[in-house]
Design a binder for this molecule. Structure first.
Ligand code: NAD
Length: 253
C-alpha cells in the first residue's frame, strides 16, 4: 500500500510542474507481462542477460542472442500498455509531460499514446522492431529476414544482423543520451519509474535533472541505489501508484 501522505506530496509536485520528464525502466512494463532483469522468476532466470544480452557474446556466437530473442519477441509482441503507461500519456494530453526517456525497447509508451501531443521520446537502448547489419549497416525489417530456419540471420555482406537494441557492452545510439540529458535541463519535475538505476550511463539522468533544479518523484517496487536524490519516493507497483497519483492530480488536492 502506497503511503497516502507521500502520494499527496508527489501529486502536488506534479500539479505545480509544467515540464515533466519521465524516465522509465523495465519495471514499468512488468505489469504488461514483460519481465524485468532483477525481479525473481521469469524469463531472465532461464536466459542470463549477462550472456544472452551481451554484445561480446553476440560477436562470438549470435545464436545465443537469437535463441533468447524468439521468446522476447513473443512477449513484447503480445504486450499491451498498462495503467502506468496510459497515465503518462494522459499527463502529456494535460500539457504536463514534455518528454519520456526510456531504457525500454518494448515501444509500450508509444502504444499508450505518448508522443501524440508532441512529447519527445528518447529510447536510450534502441527498439526491437528495427534491425541492421553490424558490419555494413544495412537496415532490415523483421519481415525481410528469416529468423526461423537459421540459428542466426546473416547479411549479404556476411555480417551479423541484429535488432537495433543496445546490448550490455555496446554503446548507445549516437546523440540520444546527450539529447535526453539536455531535456533534463528544461525539466521542473522528473518522474523515475520502474528502474533499479543500476545501468550506466542511463542512470546519470536523475542526478542531472536534480542538478538543474527539477523535483524528483521515484516510483518503484523496491528501493534503488539513488533514493537519496528523490524528493518523494513512492514504494509500490507502477500501475496502481500512477493511477492513484493521476486521480489526485485531476482532483483539487
Ligand atoms: P531493472 O530490471 O534493473 O530494474 C527494474 C526495477 O523495477 C526494479 O527495481 C524492480 O523492483 C522494479 N519493478 C519491477 N516491477 C515493478 C512494478 N510493477 N512496479 C514498480 N516497480 C517495479 O530495469 P532497468 O533499470 O530498466 O535496467 C535494466 C535494463 O533492462 C534496461 O537497460 C532495459 O533496456 C532492459 N530491459 C528492458 C525491458 C523492456 O523493454 N520492457 C525488459 C527487460 C530489460
Amino acid at each position: 500500500m502506497v503511503d497516502e501522505d507521500k502520494l499527496l506530496k508527489a501529486a502536488q509536485i506534479i500539479k505545480d510542474s509544467n515540464y515533466i520528464v519521465v524516465f522509465s525502466g523495465a519495471g514499468i512494463s512488468t505489469e504488461s507481462g514483460i519481465d524485468d532483469f532483477r525481479s525473481p522468476g521469469g524469463l531472465w532466470e532461464q536466459y542470463d542477460p549477462n550472456i544472452y544480452a551481451s554484445y561480446q557474446y553476440f560477436l562470438q556466437d549470435p545464436s545465443l542472442f537469437w535463441k533468447m530473442h524468439k521468446e522476447v519477441e513473443e512477449l513484447v509482441g503480445e504486450a499491451d500498455p498498462n495503467q502506468a503507461h496510459l497515465a503518462i500519456a494522459e499527463l502529456e494530453r494535460m500539457g504536463k509531460v514534455k518528454a519520456v526517456i526510456t531504457q525500454n525497447i518494448d515501444m509500450l509508451h508509444q502504444k499508450a499514446g505518448s508522443g501524440q501531443k508532441g512529447a519527445k521520446i528518447y529510447q536510450l537502448h534502441g527498439e526491437y522492431g528495427k534491425l541492421h547489419c553490424i558490419k555494413c549497416g544495412n537496415e532490415y525489417n523483421f519481415d525481410e529476414i528469416d529468423t526461423n530456419s537459421v540459428d542466426y540471420p546473416v547479411c549479404e555482406c556476411s555480417g551479423y544482423i541484429k535488432p537495433k537494441v543496445v546490448l550490455f557492452g555496446e554503446s548507445l545510439p549516437h546523440g540520444v543520451l546527450e539529447s535526453a540529458m539536455n531535456e533534463c535541463s528544461n525539466a521542473d519535475c522528473l518522474i523515475v519509474i520502474g528502474s533499479s538505476l543500476l545501468i550506466s550511463p542511463a542512470n546519470f539522468i536523475p542526478s542531472i535533472a536534480k542538478q538543474y533544479g527539477a523535483k524528483l518523484v521515484f516510483i518503484n517496487r523496491e528501493n534503488t541505489i539513488m533514493d537519496d536524490l528523490a524528493d518523494v519516493f513512492l514504494k509500490g507497483s507502477a500501475g496502481e501508484t500512477f493511477t492513484k497519483l493521476l486521480k489526485m492530480v485531476k482532483s483539487n488536492i
